[in-house]
Design a protein around this ligand. Structure first.
Ligand SMILES: Nc1ncnc2c1ncn2[C@@H]1O[C@H](COP(=O)(O)OP(=O)(O)O)[C@@H](O)[C@H]1O
Ligand code: SF4
Ligand SMILES: [Mg+2]
Length: 326
């Protein structure tokens, strides 16, 4: 049974890639609950499974070389058990997605207006004049001049292209928007503007947003709650401000220590601190705590997978020795 406040619930999501080098265990039992009207950050280093999680939700993984199990509950049903036809009706209409690189998602041959129009027409039958009107109003809503409709993607800056992608993503008034590193390719000032836009749209449209990022500074500025991901596992979930103020999991703490103090988004040329060591090889994942090889607090008990521990106030962590709140 679902919780009424939940827009999407992921339970024990597992995803294995069948590669020529063997089986890569990309997701090893992900649990995540997205609440209505929240911006939920999904944060972790590169390669920890953030994008695979987002693609699994929308059924975008290549079925031939991928084994996916678990439950992704949306609207009372498991998306993983839905047909491709049913998923096509959900994608772009009820759940939409914004990717890191807008140019890869936009067609170079069509104007921005015709691409936004197509995104609407895929789900909502409208007369041409009404499509044009709606396209113009979407462009204004994301901070672009309505005449941008006549332009081609390559004529726009990276920030404007990402605004076009956001206009397409909200064009059918979805309940959930998944944004996978939407500002990573943009320069610092534009990043901040696009994040502000996402936040104001989320409020106006009562959207739920899953905001994927490797950058805790983005979480600090934008998110209500956050889940920290490591080596295909969620290791901690909590309200964003509480987690940043007092991370319970050693990996969350290490990531937060990498936030440049007083420099939103790392806006200087000084090198960022990095977490020593590297994540485990996912072809041969450890049976115990996945962070053990990099954890300064690891003890003998860490050779066994840590169970979920509830810390109260909506916080949970997977660690044998979580740090409690000061
Ligand atoms: N199509 C694929 N085939 C094989 N391995 C993949 C594929 N897509 C992703 N992976 C692997 O799955 C792991 C998680 O990747 P990903 O979710 O893209 O990480 P990130 O957290 O950076 O978004 C990585 O080890 C990556 O190499
Ligand atoms: S379970 Fe052990 S190794 Fe894993 S993060 Fe906690 S203390 Fe470190
Ligand atoms: Mg990614």
């Amino acid at each position: 049974m679902g919780n009424d406040d939940e827009v999407l619930a992921i339970e024990d999501l597992r995803c294995d890639f069948l590669t020529i080098e063997g089986i890569l265990y990309a997701l090893s039992g992900v649990n995540l609950s997205l609440l209505r009207g929240e911006i939920h950050g999904l944060v972790g280093e590169s390669g920890c499974g953030k994008s695979v999680t987002s693609r699994a939700i929308l059924g975008l993984l290549d079925k031939k070389h991928t084994r996916t199990r678990g439950v992704v509950r949306f609207d009372g049903r498991n998306l993983l058990a839905r047909s491709e036809k049913e998923l096509r009706n959900i994608r772009g209409k009820r759940i939409s997605m914004v990717f890191q690189d807008p140019l890869n998602s936009l067609s170079p041959m069509e104007t921005v207006g015709s691409q936004i129009g197509e995104a609407i027409a895929n789900h909502i039958p409208l007369e041409t004049a009404e499509l044009r009107r709606r396209t113009a109003s979407l462009l204004e809503r994301v901070g672009l001049h309505p005449d941008t409709a006549k332009r081609y993607p390559f004529e726009l800056s990276g920030g404007m292209q990402q605004r076009v992608m956001i206009a397409m993503a909200i064009s059918c008034e979805p309940e959930l928007l998944i944004a996978d590193e939407p500002t990573t390719a943009l320069d610092v000032t534009i990043q901040a503007q696009v994040l502000r836009l996402l936040k104001s749209l989320q409020r106006e449209l009562s959207l739920s947003v899953l905001l994927i990022t490797h950058n805790f500074a983005v979480v600090a500025e934008t998110c209500d709650r956050v889940s920290v991901m490591y080596a295909g596992h969620i290791v901690e979930t909590a309200p964003a401000a509480a987690l940043i103020a007092s991370p319970a999991h050693p990996y969350s703490r290490a990531l937060i220590d990498c936030i440049p103090r007083g420099r939103p988004h790392g806006s200087t040329s000084a090198p960022l601190p990095v977490i020593p060591g590297s994540p485990p090889r996912l072809y041969d994942p450890p049976s115990g705590c996945p962070f053990a090889s990099r954890c300064g607090q690891a003890g003998e008990d860490c050779g066994v997978m840590p169970p979920r521990t509830e810390l109260g106030k909506g916080r949970m962590v997977f660690c044998h020795h979580p740090r409690s709140e000061p």
